[in-house]
Design a protein around this ligand. Sequence first.
Ligand code: BAL
Ligand code: ZN
Length: 846
Amino acid sequence: PATIYLKDYVPFGYLVDEVHLTFDLAPNATLVTSRIAFRPNPDTDNRDFRLNGEGLSLRWAKIDGQDWKPHVRDGILSATPPNPETPFVWEAQVEINPEANTALEGLYLSNGMYCTQCEAEGFRKITYYPDRPDVMSTFTVRINGPHPVLLSNGNPGASGEGFAEWHDPWPKPAYLFALVAGDLVAHSDRFTTVSGREVDLNLWVRPGDEGKCAFGMEALKKSMRWDEEVYGREYDLDAFNIVAVDDFNMGAMENKGLNIFNSAAVLASPETSTDDNFERIEAIIAHEYFHNWTGNRITCRDWFQLCLKEGLTVFRDAQFTSDLRSAPVKRIRDVIELRARQFPEDQGPLSHPVRPESFQEINNFYTATVYEKGAEVIGMLKRLVGDAAYAEALDLYFARHDGQACTIEDWLKVFEDVTGRDLAQFKRWYSQAGTPRVKVEEDWQDGTYTLTLSQVTPPTPGQPDKLPQVIPIALGLLGPNGDEVQPTQILEFTRAQQSFTFEGLAARPVPSILREFSAPVVLERETSPAERAFLLAHDTDPFNRWEAGRTLAEECLLTMITEGAAPDADYLNGLLAVLRDETLDPAYRALMLGLPSQSELAATLHRRGVTPNPQAIWDATETLRQSTAQHLHDLLPRLRAETQVDQPFAPDAAQSGKRALGGAALALLTRLDGGAQATDDYGRADNMTLQLSALSCLLKAGKGQAELAAFYDQWRHDRLVIDKWFGLQVGLASPDKVVETARALTGHPDFNWKNPNRFRALFGPLAMHHAGFHFAGGAAYELLADWLIRLDPVNPQTTARMCSAFQTWRRYDADRQALIAVQLDRILAQPGLSRDTTEMLTRIKG
Ligand code: BAL
Ligand code: ZN
C-alpha cells in the first residue's frame, strides 16, 4: 500500500461552494445524485480535477449540463473541466449497495436502519467527491425512502410522505456528512441557548430502547450549557439529533447536527448500565457535542492534524467531567488509562508522534497517542501559560479560525501571539514520539535543597535520536511533619539535565514531584518505601498521594516477583490508614485499592532489563490481594456499611463512589468468606453496578455458575448486557482457563461476530487478560489470529484495531516471541489482507 506524507500536502485546486445530494434509498441499490458547485482555488495554480470514489457504480456524469465521460482508476475519478479557471457545476449519479457494506464505512445498514460513517474517508464510498477535510461546503440533502424517520445534517427543510430535506448552512468537510433512515423513536427535549436560540433535541433509538435515553439527554443539555459558560461556545443550528446504532466501529461520531453513537456509548438505564458506563456515556456525549466547535466549525487541514480536534476535544471533555464530578478522581482515572493504553503504544513498535508524519491507512491513527497524549499536550500548554492566557488563546483561536481547516502551527500561533512565548521547543511534543523518562536526583546542604532532573526519550520507529522537550514539572515540598513548605509551582524543565534550588529551608524536605501528573512522562526516582509511605499519608496533592500508594504497591509487587519477597508492610499499613480515613471521598479510596495492571508491571520489568513472566506476575498480584484482604479484614464490614446507598439510584459522583468502594471491599471480602456475602449481594442487587460487582466476585472466586446462568436468562433480550456477559467470563477466568472459555463462547448462538461490540466484548478481555493471553503454549495467540483472519475481509477497521493486542510482544521471552511471530506471519500471509491490517501488523513486526 502507498504511504502518504505530511510533507507532500498540497491544497485542492478548487473550492466547493455548494453540495446538493439526493438519495433514493434501496438496500442493495441506493442511488446517490450529486450536484456540486466548484470554482478555482485562488491559493493554487494546480487545476487537477480529481475526485475520490470507492465501490461506486457511476451511472452518468455532467459538467455544466454536458454529458461527461470521466476517467476512473484506483479510486480516483479524473476529468478536465472545459474552463478550469471559471466556476462550473459537476453532476453525477452513482449506485451503491448499503446491504453489502459490512465494513461500516460509508452508507450501510444496521438492523434495517440506514446509517453512515464518513470519518475519515467514508464519504468516497457514497459519491465522487474531493474527500479531504480542507474542502468545506454547505450541504443540501434530499432523502427519498419509505422510512418514518429520515435525517441528515443541519436544519430540517420540507418533508412529507417518503421524503425529507435538510440544509446545513455551515460549511463542512465531507467527513462530517451523515444520513440516517429507519424506524426510530425519539426522546425529545429543548434547549435555549445563551442568546435565545431554541434548539430541538432528539435522541433517536430503536423501539424498545426509549427507557434508556433520559440520561444521555441530560448529559447533552449539561454539555451545551457548560460549553457556553466555560468556553463561550453556543450551538448554531435549530436542531441537534443523536442516533443510536448497534453496528458501529467507534464510540461515536460528531457529524454536524447529527451525531451517530454506538448504542453502547449512549443508551443507559440503572438496571442495565454500570456507574462506569454512565460516566463514560456522559463524557462521550460531551465530547461529540464539543466537537461542534473544536472539529466542526474549526476543522483539520489534513488527517495528519487529527490531534488538533481530538486532543483538544478530549481535553475539554475531561475538564467537563472534572467539573461535574471529582477533579482528582477524573485525573487519576485518566492517568490509569493513559498508562494502560497510551504508554504501551508510545513505548512499542506502534509508537508515532501525536502528529504523525506518514500513514498508509488513516483509520489506524485514531490512537491513544493522538487522543489521550494529544490531550495531555494541551494540559501541559495550559499549565505553562496559565489559565488566563489559555482562555485568551482559545478566544483568539475561535475568532481567528472559525470556518477554516487548520494545522497545529495555527493552534500554537494563537498561544504565541497571546503570550509572546516561543513555542518552537514545545512543538516537539507534536513531532517526537516516545515517552520521556525523567530521572530525579537530590542534594541537601546548609538549608539548600537541589533537585536535579535529567530527561531521555528512548528511540522509536524512524526516530533514533531525540531532543529535550519542555516538561512542566509541578512540584511541592513537604516538611518532616507533613506540612507543605513549598506550595505547588511549575518548574519548566527544558534541557537534557537541569537543576532547581530551594533555599532557606529549615529541614530537608520531601519532594512531591509531577503533581497532578503534570506531564506524560515516566518518572524514575529511587526512594525508600518509608518515604513513599510518608507521601501516601501526607501529600496535599490528591493525585500524588494516590501515586505514592500506587508506586508503593508497584515496588512491593516487583520485589515479590523478582526476589520472592513477602508483601511490604509499609504498603499494607499505609493503605489501611487511608481507607480508614472517612474524610476521604469513597471514590478516591476505591482508587487507592487498585493495583498497577499486570501489563504495566511487565512493562516496568522490561524497562529495567528483566524479562517478564506473566504467570509470576499473576501469582504475585494474587498473593498481594490475599494479604490485603487479610490485613484489612476488620475494616471491610465497616467499609461496606459506610458505602450503603439508601437513596434512589443516581449515577452521580457521590453514589457511584460509594458503590465503587463497596465493590472493592466486596472483592476482598470474597477472598475471605468464600463468596457468602457476594451470593447474598447478588440476590439483592437492584442495579447493574451491584449485580455485576457481585457476579464478578463470584466468578473470580471460581464460583457463581448458577448466578451466571440466571444473569443470562434475565438479560438475554438486552444486547448491551449480553456483551457484558461475554466479557465477564473471559476476563475473570483463571489464566489456564481463559482460552477454553473464550473458544467455547465463540460457539455460543449469541456470538454475532460481525457486530463490532460483540467481537470486542469477547476478544478485548482475552487480549487484556495478561496471564491468560500469554499463557504458556500460545493458544490465545492462535485463537485471536484465527478470528482476526476471519474478521478482516468483513471489517478491516475493527480487525486492525484488535491487532494492537500483539504490540507488546517484544517484551516477552524468546518462546513467546516465536509463537507470536508465527501468528503475525500467518495473518500477513492471508491473500487479500486489508490495507488496515497489513499496515498494523507490518509495523508491529518492525
Ligand atoms: N471523530 C471520531 C470520533 C470522535 O473522536 O469523536
Ligand atoms: Zn473526537
